[in-house]
Design a protein. Sequence first.
Length: 418
Amino acid sequence: MTPQTLRPEILVVGAGPGGSAAAWALARAGLDVLVADARAFPRDKTCGDGLTPMAVESLRQMGLLEGVLAAGATRVEDLSLTAPLGVRIRVSFEESMGPGHFALVLPRLTLDHLLVEHACAAGARLLEGRVVEMAWRDDAIAAVRVETPAGDLIVEPGHVVVAVGANIGFLRRHGLLAGKVPVMRAARAYFSDVRPLEMSYGFFFTPRLAPGYGWVFPTGPESANVGVAVSPVYFPSKRSTAALLDGFVGWLKRRGVVASASRESAIKGYPIRTDFPSHRVAGRNWVIVGEATGLVNPITGEGIDLALRSGLLAAEVVRAGLRSGAESHAAYEAALRKDYAGRFLGLRICRNLFMLPIVMDYFVWQMKQHRFIREAVVLITQGYEHPRRVLHPLFVLLMLIPLSPRFVATRLRRLASR
């Protein structure tokens, strides 16, 4: 039996935040958009579930913020940092970023469903199907074979948006990625009866995870997404991320950060790509968005915000290319590199330097002393400032103020005790 052939103007492969944002913007512009995802919605996605202030801005731009809030998203007004040897700070987003800035936490099971429904409401069509083959003609994707519950389909799209997240195998199989890709390892689980629970983004840089971190993101008054992320490059331990997460939860309880917490879901591990701009992300009739490009914050591990932004940017470039008759979407890659290549290099340098024990404690201690440093760190880690701000003369001067002998002695005693 000959497979049915579809010829949409746009095929979006993957209906996560980046793919759905691109599909929404393209369909809203009146284009014929087909979105293919291998799983039926609603479907879960392993993630920290954090929606940063930047992600909130994108949701507002898409007209979806009120829907996300109505779906039960937990509002987060600040973030807290706990350094390896105990220095701790809690900073409000409004203090550092201005009035109206806040974050949210919403499980991907709900968020991704809202996003793809929003795209469909704008006119996109959703297809449950797995892309199993791509046929290339020079640098263009000429045809795609999709396995669906009803049988195979052949899709001959005018343009393709690839939004498959950290599915490195997919990208390699279809000629969109070559060579090794460094990844962080992460794991998360949902917990109930979490008491006490701060309604903030909690980041914990424990000695056993350095230069990685653990997180506690509230999903309700007494529930949270709890996880860990580590880099195998700097963390050669053979312990599984599930074991690391169990150890982190035990650490939280022993130190009284939480008195109780009951795991309500399986521990799920997943890779995090933070390697942008190590690979090509655009060609003659295709673009790659979101984590599939390596666009995940190297310090916080958050990628929903950048997935939404890159999806909206890809839609803008594709629309402009259709209007002008451009023969490739190289403008998309150029724009991404201009906005994020230098930022990611700087963030990786900051991660490797400042997440080390004692250095991290000193850094957080300086944040407590100086508002300028506090604001700079929040703006940099949340993607609003370039990391080169740490080279600002005032930042450097404040960071070089000699530490008190008491601070040094206390930190060294704590380090020795571990």
